[in-house]
Every structure is written in C-alpha cells, then in structure tokens.
Write a protein that binds this ligand. Structure first.
Ligand code: BYC
Length: 475
C-alpha cells in the first residue's frame, strides 16, 4: 500500500505511478469524464467555490479535509481501504481460502457485471440531480447536494479504476459506456430502474438520499464482504462517504416534518389544504413520496428468488449484510428463508432455499433500517401532538421487479383489482397536482443564514461551522 500522492493528476493510494500503462489509460479517461461532468453534472455551477470535504487519506480523520473547491477541480481520486492482513473468504464454496487480489478467470464476466451495475448508478444519480442547484432551500443544502454529487463522481472513479486495472480491454470499453448511458435516455438508459426516474425537486432529493442511497449502503456492504479484495476494499471506503448521503436524506425529511408541524401548530389545524396554503408540505403528500421512493428502491434488490444472487453467494462474490455477524454455516446449502409470494390472488409466505433468497434477506435488512428512520420522523409528529404516523407501504406495493410485479397490491398489503388500483392511485402515489404543488415551493434561498419557508434549518452546520456560513461562493 502506498500513501496518497496528491501531486499526481489522479490522487490515489494504489501506487498508480508504478503502473504507467494503467495510469495512462485512466488519464485518457479523465477528459471524457470531465466533459461528461461539464455536460451532465450540476448545471451552471462551474465557477462556484464550494466548501467541500475531500479525501486526502483513507485513515479515520484523513478523509475529512474541508476547503473551498471549484467542483470541476475536485480531486477525484482512487482510494481503497487498507488491506486486512491474511483476510480470508467468509462465505460460499471458497470459505476459508485467502481472498483474491486478481480476478479468477471463471468469475470474470460475473464480477465485471456487478462492478458495472454498481458503477452505473453513480453518474446516474448526478444526472438525476443536475438541476437541483437552481432551487436549493438554503446555502447549506446547496453545499450538501454538491458534496454528494462530487462523491458520486468519485464512486464512479472507484469502479472505473477496477475495470481498467483488472478487466483489460473490455473493462476499458465498459468504462466508456458508463459515460454513454444516461439517466432517462430512451435509447441508452441507466441499467437499474430507479436511476432513470427524475429527481426534479428537493422533497424527492431528500427521499432519494434516504431510500435509494440506502440501497447503496446495503449493496456496497454486501460487495465489501466479497472475495475479490480490491472491490471489497473499495466498497468499504465508499461506505464512509455513503453515510453522509443518508444523513442528508434523513435529516432533510426530518427538517421538513418539523417545519410542517410548526406550521400546523401556528395555523391550528392539520388539514392538508390549509397546510399547503400556509406554504408547507402536508404530511399526506410526504407519505406519497415515501410510497414512491421506497417502492422503486425495493426493486433495486432484484427478484426475491434469484439464481444470480445464489451464484454470487456460492462463488464468494457478494455476501450478506454483516456476513460475519450472522450465526450460521455461511454456505447456506441446508437453510431456508421465508419469502412472500402471490398465489391464487392471495399473498402467502413460503419457505425457500436460503441461497436463492439472499436478495430477499438483504431487502429485509434494508426494510428494517428504513423503518428505524420513519420511527424517528414519527417521533417529531408525536412530539407536536398529532395522530398522523408515516408508514412504509407493503413490500408488494408498486413493484416492477420480482414476485409482486404482475399483481396490484395496496399500501396496506391487499391484493386489489386493476380498477381499484386506478381509483386509489392518486391517494397512494404523487399525481401531477402534487408534483405541481411541491415544485411551486422550490425557490432558491441563497442568502447566508436564510432558509425557505417549507423546511426548518439544520441543528448544526458543516464541520463545526454554523448554519449561517458561506458554504458556497457564487463568484
Ligand atoms: N432494474 O436475478 P435478479 C447505489 C435485472 S445503489 C432493472 O433478481 P440480481 C447508489 C437483473 O439485472 C446500489 N433491472 O438479479 C444509490 C437481471 O438481469 P438479467 C447499486 C433489474 O442480479 C444512490 C434480472 O433482472 N449497486 O450504489 O440477483 C446514488 C434478474 O434479476 C433490476 C448494485 O446494484 C432493477 N431494479 O439482482 C448513487 C450492486 N433488478 O440477468 C448510488 C450490484 C434486477 O436477466 N448489482 N434487474 O439480464 C447487483 O448486485 C444485482 O445486479 C442486483 C440485481 C441486486 C441489482
């Protein structure tokens, strides 16, 4: 492991300067990346100086260095966590063997595919969020958006490095394709469904950061368990950055809830229409956003029963969340797992081989984590004395992938007819008028220390600074 060399064009702790060929290949990808950032990164922000955290070291304090940076000049680098000496494979057929530093030939295409799928989501999210810089509710939020954007860009670098370093010519071609597919593009869309949905306003931004980034946490944690050590170490490092993205999501929604409750207190009613007239986002509307973002994020875990997932596990490529903490044989050949299915118009629970159910197990871990966040939001409502509580819809609601994709399920988990679905849709998911309303609130508020009326300020600022701080210099 070499230390980070910041004088290089591409800062890294992978000894890039000792591998001229790889260094040249990545340096020739850099201008393509920068023109992609220019074209599809945050719109109109090239000259802004942003108070950003940049990784300068992978040690606990070294990755949190703060300074003003113009985003196109951000030091997108390649950072892997330190190797764990004598690390052994923790699950599957190769359990107990040393981890791999190179890609075994027989798993090459599967690993490449996993890395490409992971990598594809990173620039996708930047594309989805590219217009949000025009309507942030405060300078603090604007800065957080840009922090997330540059880190997603760095996560793309992380995957592109692996492709270049370990997959030869087809890896380089895949790296090119990462910049050719675009979110929502009819001809060349991003690979996974949720990454082709627009993120047109800040309620969606916070929900995306809470629900969809959290899928990132669980997928990265599963890949971090894997036998291919460079991927595992890369994912470990990405997870440290991911935590801040989820914080932005959870605290963002929390601040909206708080503001809404304050407005309800002020006007003396929780009537949705009145709340909207008072310029806040009513809780019913927020529930619809939860229903949407949660359900499309559930799809990101793949099918409940997946031979792909079973193979990834058996081959040691992708484990379960916190694999080592689970008390079983880590091979799963003789285990079963409960999975919900639709049979004869009813939802029933069946036991299935645990191996083919690993996607579902991961989804369950994710659901439990989401529920904890909702409980925290609900506490705010409870504190203000209102009866309303947010709920996660049933896992079968509004699904496009897996067991429920052909059946209409209500948020409460009832199988419903097509006509019942259509009749209730406007109560369950955002419709045009909801979108119009939320968009109507989106006015930029960029005066230092000021904030839009539909969200409350954060309890603290960034890196010990107050909320009233010049987080972005517009120049
Ligand atoms: N959309 O056997 P199955 C993040 C496809 S987010 C479209 O269940 P598998 C981030 C599937 O590809 C984390 N297609 O699949 C967050 C397969 O295709 P083929 C991203 C889908 O492989 C915010 C077929 O359906 N990381 O980091 O077990 C901001 C059969 O499905 C979808 C990863 O995803 C879908 N939603 O599971 C920035 C980790 N779901 O074989 C970043 C890497 C499934 O028929 N990826 N399909 O052509 C994986 O581990 C797996 O590919 C999946 C799918 C878990 C996604």
């Amino acid at each position: 492991m070499s230390s980070i060399n910041y004088n290089e064009r591409i800062p890294n702790n992978v000894g890039l300067s000792e591998n001229r060929r790889l260094q040249r290949a990545l340096e020739s990808w850099l201008p393509n990346y920068l023109s992609w950032w220019d074209e599809l990164g945050p719109e109109g922000t090239q000259g802004y100086d942003v108070y950003l955290r940049t990784a300068i070291d992978v040690s606990t304090d070294g990755w949190a260095h703060f300074d003003y940076v113009k985003m196109p000049e951000y030091r997108w680098g390649i950072f892997l966590n330190e190797p764990i000496p004598d690390r052994k494979i923790g699950f599957g057929d190769h359990k107990g063997e040393p981890v791999w530093q190179d890609v075994p030939g027989e798993y090459r295409s599967t690993l490449r595919r996993l890395i490409v799928t992971q990598g594809d989501t990173e620039p996708a999210s930047v594309e989805q969020q590219r217009l949000l810089g025009q309507t942030a509710p405060s300078m603090y939020d604007l800065r957080n958006l840009f922090q997330i954007n540059v880190e997603e860009g760095r996560h793309l670098w992380a995957m592109v490095y692996l492709l270049h370093a370990h997959f030869g010519r087809d890896g380089r071609e895949e790296a090119e394709m990462m910049l050719e597919r675009h979110s929502g593009d009819a001809d060349k869309p991003r690979i996974l469904g949720a990454f082709n949905e627009p993120t047109p306003e800040w309620l969606s931004m916070f929900m995306f950061a809470f629900f969809t980034d959290r899928d990132g946490k669980y997928q990265l944690a599963s890949l971090a368990e894997g036998a291919f050590d460079p991927l595992a170490r890369t994912c470990q490092f990405m997870l440290t950055e991911e935590a801040h993205h989820m914080f932005v999501g959870e605290s963002g929604v929390m601040r909206i809830v708080k503001r809404t409750c304050e407005v309800m207190d002020e006007i003396g009613t929780d009537d949705s229409e009145r709340v909207r007239q008072a310029g806040a986002i009513d809780l019913d509307t927020m529930q619809k956003w939860i229903n949407f973002h949660y359900s499309i994020s559930l799809d990101l875990f793949g099918q409940e029963l997946s031979t792909n997932a079973a193979n990834y596990y058996t081959q040691g490529l992708k484990g379960r969340f916190h694999e080592a903490k689970i008390d079983d044989d880590h091979r799963l050949v003789d285990y079963t797992y409960p999975v919900l299915m639709v049979q004869n118009g009813k939802i029933v629970e069946d036991q299935h081989p645990a191996l083919t159910s690993v996607n579902e197990k991961l989804r369950q871990d994710y659901i439990d984590d989401c529920q904890r966040g909702l409980n925290r939001w609900n506490k705010v409502i409870e504190k203000h004395g209102y009866d309303f509580r947010f709920e996660l819809p049933h896992r079968g609601f509004h699904r496009a992938i897996g067991n429920f994709s052909d059946t209409k399920i209500s948020p409460s988990g009832k199988v419903v007819s097509d006509s019942e679905w259509t009749r209730n849709l406007e109560n369950w998911l955002p419709d045009d008028s909801d979108h119009d309303f939320v968009r109507s609130l989106m006015k930029p508020c960029y005066e230092m220390g000021k904030i839009a009326g539909w969200i409350s300020p954060p309890t603290r600022g960034i890196h010990g600074n107050p909320f009233k701080y010049e987080y972005v210099k517009f120049n």
